[in-house]
Design a binder for this molecule. Structure first.
Ligand SMILES: [Zn+2]
Length: 323
């Protein structure tokens, strides 16, 4: 641990391979049920995803998350000198101060100064970022959005997460809450959203909403069953998927009007193959666009490892910034 601070301030330049060969940065993506980690050389290039020194997954420590995460970091680093750790957390994160404001999936972390506490535990700088932001910068820099300067990354799943990424960095807004495309109003007379408003995009195309609509229409199984039935021409499934795709199309048109991105990357569980929801939405967007400049809509490419890649990218960048 003593060598860590020295390495972090010296930077990789001008040292021999032997001197910095033992230094590493660690990224940890804390999800509701599993924690993914990725260890990379501290001098790895940021132009492309680093070759992992270690990569894996553990169960999310729910009871004593700070101790559990410190134990994971200690185990993963092995004999290497860890110079920086970046964690991504689902929920509202005060990224500047490393504080978890609210995490629905891991309530034990609510209000926790996680960066400071883990930093004290491990003796290294620890940053905490939002999981959607982590996945977005990874897709923008190393994944489907690579080469596009101004891109919006959208994740469709239980919730709808979004982030506007310019030159590989999330545009956070004045209060860090920009990009919440899931909470734009599609139907003012619609269902109650988790945010307390009516008819948000999430109440129509979120996985729980699609599941509920499918169940109400007599369908059985989850969203996979819904999309399979849609593919087979089932009338009830067609109505639900068309309604959801129409809502997604409206959201994309709103996004184009407000942000005018150079590309839209769409990922998350609901965007997996078959891409019925997104394919149909693209058609509606093309039919409804007027003045809008509709950019390419690109499937995300990093899958469930996008978030942890984003934590490592952040660790490498911050280390260089201080080097
Ligand atoms: Zn909402």
């Amino acid at each position: 641990m003593i060598g860590a601070a020295t390495d972090a301030t010296k930077g990789p330049e001008g040292r021999t391979a032997a001197e910095h060969g033992g230094s590493a940065v660690l990224g940890i993506d804390v999800g509701g049920s599993s924690v993914k980690h990725l260890l990379a050389r501290a001098d790895a290039s940021i132009a492309e995803p680093p070759v992992p020194l270690a990569r894996g997954r553990n169960a999310t420590p729910k009871r004593a998350p700070v101790d559990g995460l410190a134990a994971i970091a200690e185990a993963v680093r092995g004999e290497r000198t860890l110079t920086r750790l970046v964690l991504s957390i689902p929920g509202i994160v005060d990224e500047r101060n490393g504080v978890v404001v609210r995490s629905t999936n891991i309530p034990a972390l609510d209000g926790c100064a996680l960066g400071e506490r883990l930093g004290a535990e491990l003796g290294i700088p620890v940053d905490v970022i939002n999981d959607g932001h982590a996945a977005a910068i990874a897709e923008a820099s190393w994944g489907a959005g690579k080469g596009v300067e101004d891109i919006f990354v959208l994740a469709l799943g239980t919730g709808i997460a979004g982030a506007h990424v310019v030159d590989g960095r999330v545009v956070p807004g004045a209060h860090g809450s920009a990009g919440e495309l899931g909470h734009i109003t599609i139907d003012p007379a619609g269902s109650m959203c988790s945010c307390g408003r009516l008819g948000c995009l999430e109440t129509i195309i979120g996985a729980p909403a699609l599941h509920a609509a499918w169940t109400a229409a007599g369908g059985s199984g989850g969203t996979e069953s819904l999309f399979a039935a849609f593919g087979a021409g089932d009338r009830a499934a067609t109505t639900i998927v068309q309604h959801a795709s129409s809502a997604l199309a409206e959201a994309i048109l709103t996004l184009c009007a407000l942000v005018d991105p150079g590309g839209i990357v769409i990922g998350g569980g609901l965007a997996q193959a078959p891409h019925h929801l997104v394919t149909l939405a693209e058609r509606y967007v093309a039919e409804r666009a007027t003045f809008h400049r509709v950019p390419p809509i690109i499937p995300a490419s990093l899958g469930e490892w996008a978030g942890v890649n984003g934590t490592v990218l952040t660790a490498l960048r911050r280390q260089r910034a201080l080097g």
